[in-house]
Design a protein around this ligand. Structure first.
Ligand code: ADP
Ligand code: MG
Length: 617
C-alpha cells in the first residue's frame, strides 16, 4: 500500500494553530499589546474599529525590528525570546512561543511597519492569509505598528461565530485593562471607532487603577504589601463595603502577567471571611512576584493559567497578607502617602497651594435651618463654609485673582465633603449679580473675571447624578408613597435587569411591592420623581444597561445614577425662573466635579473680560 502520511502545508498548520491562539479580536489585542511591551515600549496605542472585526492596530515606540526580523517574525516558532527549552524557566517576557504573528497572519490581512532607533527608514510588510503580498522600505516612526484587518476573512465559520460588537468590545476592553493594570509605567491609549476611550498616562499603581475605574475607586482601595522569601505581594484590595455582585474587578498578576487562579481567588475570599454580604465579591488588584523558576506558565495556550510549585504556601501567605491589611484598615484609617490628593480636590482648588495655618472651626452665625428648602445633612467632614454675600463666584473664579480676601476664603474652605449641600447664596443678603436665561438653554451670569455660561441640561444632570450617587452609597434616599400602586409591564429579559438593579433602585427611593415574570408593582418612588415619569425612567435604565457602552466607570450604581439623572434633568427648552436659575448655579458649584456632566461633557464655559476685550479690538 502507498504511503499516506504527508506533512501539512505551512498555511494549513498556521490556520490550525491560529484556532488555539486567536479566538476573537480580543486575543489579537492581547498578543499585539504583549509584543509591544516585550519590545520595551513606554507608550502604546490601541486602535479598534467595529469591535476589532474590521481593525485592530497596535502602535508602539519600542525597539522595532530589522528587515530580516520583520519578515521572520511571521514564521511559526519564530521568536527572539527563547533560544532553548531551559530559557522557559527564566522567562521575563510575555511571549515565547513565536506563534502569535504567524497565527494572526494566517487568518487576517496584516500590515506591519517597523523601524529600529538607529535606522533612517523602516520596513513594511503586508501579509494576507500567510502570503506576503508586499514588502517595502518606508518612512515610519521608531517602533512598530501592526494592523490586523478583516479577522477570520478566510474562515467564515469563525467570523460568524463572533458575538455582537458590544460583547467583543467588552472582551477587548478587558484585555486592555489587564495589560494596562500590569504596566503602570507604560502609557496606554485606546481609540474606539475614532474616539478616545482611554488615555492612561504613566503613573503609580493606585493612580492607574483610578484612571481606569474612575475617581470613586480611590477611596475603596486598601493597600496590601508583603514580602517573604518565596513571594512578594503588592497592590490593593477593595474595602468590604464596596464588594460587588459581579466578579468584575478581580485581578491577579504574576510577574506582570494577568492570570486566573480559582485557588488563589479562594485564598482572598477566605481573608474576607465574615466581612462580606453573601453573594458579593471583593475587588482586588494584586501583583505577585515570584522567582520565574518556581512557576510554569506553559500549560495553557492563552497563558492565563499558571502552575506554582508550592501553591499551599502561596495560599497561606496571600490570605494572611490580605487579612492583615483589612484588619489594619478596620482599626485605623489607612494613611496612604501614595495617594494623589488632586484626585479628591474639587475643581479649581487643586491648583492652589496648601495653607499652612492651623485649621479653624467655622461657626456660621447667620445659619438658619428653616431657610433651606432641603434638609441639610451633617457629615463628619466639614461642608463648604456658608458664604455670605460673596457667594459662589468667589469660590470659583475668585481664586485666580490673588487678593487677600480670596486667599482667606480659601483657607476657610474644607474639602472631602460628601455633603456639600449648604447653599452658597444667602437669601437674606441682597444679591449683587444676576442670572439670565438664553434660548431656554443656557444660564448666563457675571463673575468676577467676566462671564459664565452654563448648559442647564448638563448642569442639572451633574447635580442629580451626584445626589443619586450619594443616596445610593449612603442609602439615605427618601421615598414618596404612591396613592395607588403602579403596575408596569416588561419583557422577561427586562425583568431580569430590574431584578439585578432592584436593591440599588430601592436605595434611590423606589419601593417594589411585587416583581413577577412580566410585571412589576411599585408603591413608592424617589421624592421628586413624578409618577408619570416612572415607566420612562425604568425603560431608559433597562436600555442603558442592555446597550451598556462599557466605559471606564462602569458599575450598576453608577449607571443607575447616570440614567436617572439623564431622565429627570431639566431639559433644553425649559424656561426657568430667576430663583431656579440661581439654585441651579449654586447646586452645580457645590458638586464635586461641576465642570463636566456625568457623560463627561462640559457643563459651563467662562469668558474673561480680557478675552472679551480682545474681541473688540
Ligand atoms: P513571541 O512573542 O512568542 O516571540 P510573536 O509571534 O508574537 O512570538 O512574535 C515573534 C517575534 O517578532 C518576537 O519574538 C519579536 O522578536 C518580534 N516582534 C513581534 N512584535 C514586535 C514588536 N511590536 N516590536 C518588536 N519586535 C516584535
Ligand atoms: Mg508575542
Amino acid at each position: 500500500m502507498a504511503d499516506i502520511i504527508q506533512l501539512l502545508p505551512d498555511h494549513v498548520a498556521n490556520q490550525i494553530a491560529a484556532g488555539e491562539v486567536v479566538q476573537r479580536p480580543a486575543s489579537v489585542v492581547k498578543e499585539l499589546l504583549e509584543n509591544a511591551i516585550d519590545a520595551g515600549s513606554d507608550s502604546i496605542k490601541l486602535i479598534i474599529k467595529d469591535a476589532g472585526k474590521t481593525l485592530v492596530q497596535v502602535i508602539d515606540n519600542g525597539k522595532g525590528m530589522s528587515t530580516t526580523d520583520a519578515r521572520l517574525s511571521f514564521e511559526r516558532h519564530a521568536t527572539s525570546k527563547i533560544r532553548s527549552a531551559e530559557d522557559l524557566f527564566q522567562l521575563h517576557t510575555k511571549g515565547f512561543r513565536g506563534e502569535a504573528l504567524a497565527s494572526i497572519a494566517a487568518i487576517a490581512h496584516v500590515e506591519l511597519k517597523t523601524k529600529q532607533p538607529n535606522d533612517d527608514v523602516g520596513n513594511s510588510i503586508i501579509i494576507e492569509g500567510s502570503k506576503v503580498t508586499d514588502q517595502d522600505v518606508v518612512v515610519t516612526p521608531q517602533g512598530t505598528s501592526v494592523s490586523v484587518k478583516n479577522l477570520f476573512f478566510n474562515i467564515p465559520a469563525r467570523r460568524n461565530f463572533l458575538k455582537s460588537d458590544n460583547v467583543e468590545l467588552r472582551h477587548i476592553i478587558d484585555e486592555f485593562h489587564r495589560v494596562a493594570l500590569a504596566h503602570p509605567t507604560i502609557s496606554f491609549a485606546m481609540y474606539n471607532n475614532g474616539s478616545e476611550a482611554f488615555n492612561l498616562p504613566i503613573s503609580n499603581y493606585r493612580q492607574r487603577i483610578v484612571n481606569i475605574f474612575g475617581t470613586k475607586t480611590n477611596e475603596k482601595l486598601v493597600p496590601v504589601e508583603e514580602e517573604t522569601e518565596v513571594l512578594k505581594i503588592s497592590g490593593f484590595v477593595g474595602k468590604p463595603e464596596f464588594a460587588k455582585k459581579t466578579r468584575g474587578e478581580q485581578y491577579f498578576f504574576v510577574n506582570d502577567r494577568f492570570i486566573k487562579s480559582a485557588y488563589l481567588n479562594h485564598a482572598i475570599a477566605s481573608a474576607y471571611d465574615g466581612l462580606l454580604k453573601s453573594g458579593t465579591h471583593a475587588s482586588y488588584f494584586l501583583n505577585l512576584t515570584v522567582d520565574p523558576q518556581t512557576i510554569d506558565i506553559n500549560i495553557h495556550p492563552t497563558k492565563t493559567e499558571i502552575k506554582f510549585d508550592d501553591e499551599h504556601t502561596l495560599y497561606a501567605i496571600l490570605r494572611s497578607a490580605v487579612k492583615h491589611s483589612l484588619g489594619q484598615f478596620n482599626i485605623a484609617p489607612v494613611l496612604d502617602f501614595d495617594r494623589d490628593a488632586t484626585l479628591d480636590t474639587p475643581y479649581e482648588f487643586k491648583k492652589e497651594t496648601v495653607k499652612t495655618s492651623a485649621p479653624s472651626i467655622e461657626v456660621d452665625r447667620s445659619f438658619n435651618p428653616f431657610q433651606e428648602d432641603e434638609p441639610v445633612k451633617q457629615s463628619t467632614s466639614v461642608s463648604y463654609k456658608k458664604e455670605p454675600a460673596e457667594s459662589w463666584e468667589s469660590l470659583y473664579v475668585g481664586l485666580e485673582s490673588k487678593g487677600t480676601k480670596t486667599q482667606q476664603d480659601f483657607s476657610e474652605v474644607h474639602f472631602e465633603s460628601e455633603e456639600a449641600t449648604v447653599s452658597m447664596f444667602d437669601k437674606d443678603v441682597e444679591q449683587t449679580h444676576t442670572t439670565y436665561q438664553l434660548h431656554n438653554k443656557y444660564i448666563v451670569s457675571t463673575i468676577k473675571s467676566g462671564m459664565l455660561v452654563i448648559d442647564q441640561h448638563r448642569a442639572h444632570q451633574r447635580i442629580l447624578y451626584e445626589d443619586y450617587l450619594r443616596h445610593l452609597t449612603v442609602k439615605g434616599a427618601l421615598s414618596q408613597q404612591l396613592l395607588f400602586p403602579l403596575d408596569l409591564h416588561f419583557s422577561n429579559q427586562e425583568i431580569t435587569v430590574i431584578n439585578q438593579l432592584k436593591e440599588d433602585l430601592e436605595h434611590t427611593g423606589f419601593v417594589f411591592s411585587n416583581v413577577e415574570e412580566e410585571s412589576v408593582e411599585i408603591i413608592g418612588v424617589p421624592v421628586g420623581v413624578p409618577e408619570s415619569e416612572v415607566s420612562i425612567i425604568l425603560e431608559q435604565l433597562i436600555s442603558d444597561v442592555e446597550n451598556e457602552v462599557p466605559d471606564s466607570n462602569f458599575s450598576a450604581t453608577d449607571l443607575l445614577a447616570k440614567s436617572m439623572a439623564k431622565s429627570l434633568a431639566i431639559k433644553t427648552g425649559q424656561s426657568l425662573q430667576k430663583d431656579e436659575q440661581e439654585h441651579l448655579v449654586n447646586k452645580l458649584f457645590a458638586c464635586k466635579e461641576p465642570n463636566v456632566s456625568p457623560a463627561n461633557r462640559t457643563t459651563f464655559v467662562t469668558m474673561s473680560v480680557d478675552e472679551l476685550d480682545k474681541k473688540f479690538i
